[in-house]
Ligand binder design. Structure first.
Ligand code: PLP
Length: 370
């Protein structure tokens, strides 16, 4: 039996008939940049995230960059985040000229350890970027409190977690900004790259929207140096159709996770993902196991041999990446992130998985660690 890590072809069949005439109409009118489809998706997505405003952009990475730019964060500034995330979180900080300052994760949720943030704050700190990893919210209550106390901006990296909730509050609605990604591996995905910035504040929304289009308003009058971060109308059409299915897909992901949880229950050497007390809605973007006793490589090799897709998110914590060597971090600085990087493995969790596929994946892993 083959089990890919993700199968978007099955998903496409569900909405193809509805989407294709819209794409054909777009081709007929040839209006490819921004326009009504983007404005309409912005409204729908902001409402979904329970945020007042949203700005559709080119990618999740660019969403992070724009949020930092909107706050004027740059050279000489420090931004706190976790080293156990996709590169773009810290990459965005470096791209605007600021310095990423890492804080270790809390080992059960894999999100930033809020109890360790305050010791990392200096007079140069301007913002905190908590990451809602694998579809689960970071511990936002204490993070927001610390930010308020020290006058820091909070930019939620919600790329993996659209629809996730912290104590009933949606990710992207709590911080000053929320950054979403619609990359194909995310729960809501475009036909290519796309992203979004959310905010509750009209002025911030205006700023982000101006920066998206070269800091221009009105046309050809540039108050700021922005960039070309505009979402394509085509991506907005796709996302507008797909967002209607998002809750039902999320429920299937949650059911798949529950089945895995029961199949791995009490299996020694395998730690299933835990749901934090604050995470009232986990949207299961990834189902990540910890494989103990140094057996991850064995599981990885065995899954590949059995035609089961898997991946490691992420094998090298960001403080040990070559490009960040100038930051001066060393091995051992963030032990929980390093441990997670060496023990975790993501297995298929996408909504369209069949029950027999899930049982096959679990049985294969249990066989491999025996
Ligand atoms: C995917 C991802 C991003 C970047 O999004 P892109 O749309 O791929 O640029 C940023 N942060 C996290 C945590 C991600 O998973």
């Amino acid at each position: 039996m083959q089990v890919p890590l993700l199968d978007l072809k099955q998903q496409f069949k569900q909405f193809k008939a509805e989407l294709m005439p819209q794409i054909e109409a777009l081709c007929d009118n040839q209006s490819f940049i921004l326009g009504e489809p983007v404005a309409s998706f912005e409204k729908t997505a902001a409402a979904y995230c329970k945020a007042g405003f949203s700005c559709a952009v080119t990618s999740g990475s660019d969403a992070l960059i724009i949020a930092l730019m909107a706050e004027g964060i740059g050279a000489g500034d420090e931004v706190i985040t976790t080293p156990y995330t996709f590169f773009a979180t810290a990459g965005a900080i470096a791209r605007v000229g600021a310095k990423p300052v890492f804080v270790d994760i809390e080992p059960r949720s894999y999100t930033i350890d809020a109890t360790k943030i305050e010791t990392a704050i200096t007079t140069k700190t301007k913002a905190i970027i908590p990451v809602h990893l694998y579809g689960q919210s970071a511990n936002m209550g204490p993070i927001l409190e610390i930010a308020k106390k020290h006058g820091l901006v909070v930019i939620e990296d919600a790329a993996q977690a659209i629809g996730a909730e912290y104590m009933g509050r949606r990710v992207g609605s709590m911080g000053d900004y929320g950054c979403l990604s619609f990359y194909p591996s995310k729960n809501l995905s475009a036909f290519g790259d796309a992203g979004m910035v959310t905010t509750q504040v009209q002025e911030k929304a205006n700023m982000v929207t101006m920066l998206r289009n070269h800091g221009m308003n009105p046309k050809y009058y540039h108050k700021y140096v922005g960039g070309n971060f505009r979402m394509d109308a085509l991506q907005a059409l796709v996302l507008n159709v797909k967002i209607k299915y998002l809750d039902q897909w999320t429920e299937k992901r949650q059911a798949n996770a529950a089945l895995y949880d029961s199949l791995f229950n009490d299996v020694p050497g395998v730690v299933t993902p835990s749901i934090a007390s604050w995470a009232t809605r986990h949207v299961r973007n990834q189902y990540v196991l910890r494989i103990l006793d140094g057996k991850r490589q064995k599981v990885w090799d065995g899954l590949k041999a059995a035609s089961i897709g898997c991946d490691v998110y992420y094998p090298v914590p960001l403080h040990l990446q070559e490009c960040f060597a100038p930051l001066g971090y060393a091995k051992g600085d963030f032990p929980e992130s390093e441990k997670a990087a060496s023990e975790t493995i993501a297995i298929p969790i996408y909504p369209e998985l069949a029950e027999e596929q899930i049982r096959y994946v679990a049985a294969t892993i249990i066989g491999l660690i025996k």
